[in-house]
Design a protein around this ligand. Sequence first.
Ligand code: G4P
Ligand code: MG
Length: 173
Amino acid sequence: MDKYRFTYNDIHRTVRSLAERIGQSGYQADVIVAIGSGGYIPARILRTFIDKPILTVGVAYYDANNKPSKMPRKVQWIEEAERILQGQRILLVDEVDDSRATLEYCVRELLSHRPSSIAVAVLHNKLKHKKGSMPAEVALYLAGRDLEDKWICYPWDAEDIDDHDRQAGGEGI
Ligand code: G4P
Ligand code: MG
């Protein structure tokens, strides 16, 4: 198997188990922050289990001329972030923890808005050397599943969802 392939149902089940583990941890979020675009659908599913408002942020590794850059940069951020996030318990959601660079960048930017706490939940964590690191302020880090360092095919990237589902065996393999 050179790739992982997950169906929407696989994702839904993973999010439910993540939500259960967040509940067991005792972390009570006030607000969900989704990192776009991969974090949008997982965040929406999570809201079925953790009914909190969803805010979104967008970051990219490309500059205005579509050239790759060294650092992520904001392409969209929360309006009046200071007023909205100060003193709040944030639950940051993304689909995959790959290099961790985007996650670290987002956590640091969100911390600058002085939330009372921040927790991170990702669907999938790739077991590999990470370029970024999780800041010590992160109260809780949870991954739905730890995976080998292989490409993950998400259902929302499929142009033919029926073919995607056919190719995805049980458990995304
Ligand atoms: P990280 O901090 O979450 O590890 O993110 P990193 O900067 O390493 O990831 C760069 C981009 O590559 C991210 O998308 C991430 O979602 C995507 N990515 C990494 N591994 C995989 C994979 O196995 N499968 C898929 N489908 N995507 C992967 P992005 O540039 O932020 O774009 P978006 O797709 O989230 O909009
Ligand atoms: Mg992403």
